[in-house]
Design a protein around this ligand. Structure first.
Ligand SMILES: C[C@@]1(CC(=O)O)C2=NC(=C\c3[nH]c(c(CCC(=O)O)c3CC(=O)O)Cc3[nH]c(c(CC(=O)O)c3CCC(=O)O)/C=C3\N/C(=C\2)[C@@H](CCC(=O)O)[C@]3(C)CC(=O)O)/[C@H]1CCC(=O)O
Ligand SMILES: NC(=O)c1ccc[n+]([C@@H]2O[C@H](COP(=O)([O-])OP(=O)(O)OC[C@H]3O[C@@H](n4cnc5c(N)ncnc54)[C@H](O)[C@@H]3O)[C@@H](O)[C@H]2O)c1
Length: 207
């Protein structure tokens, strides 16, 4: 069996995190910028979770898990330190709900990769649960190759792509320009902050 990788759009989707310890905190912090409506259910939570609750970014339902906590959630993370509770969370979920048990990758219907963000560029690494530590290590290694200049570079490519789609009707010409835009020169010019030359070369492509 192989996992199927996807990038979820969680805007306004309900997310329930059961448990408020170190693992719940990590999952929560990576969910914050998705626009999901997040509730943490746990008798106790970490200081960092208290902080984001106080900032109004997530809700904290103080107490032990009960079935009603996941009723309408689109995505559920069972992150308590009690296997039995995580298992109960799983049993309360319906087939169509996305559920991650932090201590049971086989039952989970999704697992979380290690992810490097460079603006719109996301590099996600997974070992299908074999070694989360290795996923983290590889993502760290990728961080050197794909340095912070990729944020600006991908933004540039994104803007160019919109212009090409708007201005060029011929599909073959579009395809050619998209290919030429991947020439390393554009990345080099981005790294050198030589935006005027970069713009000129792009304008030449549109001719
Ligand atoms: C990538 C990352 C994403 C994230 O969580 O955000 C993530 N785990 C991370 C770190 C990490 N996790 C663990 C260690 C200690 C070293 C070790 O045990 O190897 C470290 C390293 C550290 O903390 O430094 C222990 C651990 N993890 C799982 C179990 C249970 C089990 O395997 O049964 C246990 C044993 C617990 C115990 O001992 O009881 C399970 C899972 N962990 C996954 C993801 C999924 C598979 C990912 C993949 O396919 O590679 C999966 C299957 C489910 C899930 O959680 O979605 C995040 C790095 C984030 C970053 O990049 O910073
Ligand atoms: N998937 C991963 O990446 C990963 C990494 C390390 C550990 N783990 C697993 O995750 C588990 C949790 O690790 P942790 O370090 O966050 O533990 P932790 O002890 O820091 O936190 C456990 C949390 O669960 C809460 N909790 C306990 N019973 C509850 C209940 N009935 N209802 C709601 N909340 C309840 C506690 O209040 C606490 O906030 C570990 O037992 C381990 O098996 C997973």
């Amino acid at each position: 069996m192989k996992h199927y990788p996807i990038n979820l759009n969680l805007l306004n989707k309900k997310v329930a995190i059961i448990g408020g310890g170190k693992v719940a905190e990590r999952k929560l912090l990576n969910l914050l910028e998705t626009g999901a409506v997040i509730t943490v259910v746990s008798p106790e939570v970490t200081e960092k979770i208290v902080e984001v609750v106080e900032e109004g970014l997530v809700k904290w339902k103080r107490g032990k898990f009960s079935k009603g906590d996941i009723g309408e959630a689109f995505l559920v993370i069972a992150a308590t330190n009690c296997k039995q509770v995580n298992c109960e969370v799983y049993n309360c979920c319906q087939d169509h709900q996305l559920v991650n048990l932090v201590d049971d990758p086989t039952r989970s219907n999704f697992i979380v990769p290690s992810t490097l963000h460079r603006g719109k560029l996301m590099l996600s690494v997974s070992t299908s649960g074999a070694s989360p530590g290795l996923s983290k290590k590889i993502a760290k290694e990728l961080a050197t190759q794909f340095d912070s200049s990729y944020e600006e570079y991908v933004e540039f490519l994104s803007q160019c792509r919109l212009k090409v789609l708007e201005q060029i009707e011929d599909r073959e010409k579009r395809r050619r320009i998209f290919q030429q835009l991947l020439d390393p020169t554009f990345l080099e010019l981005t790294k050198q902050h030589n935006f005027s030359q970069r713009q000129k070369l792009f304008a030449d492509l549109l001719e």
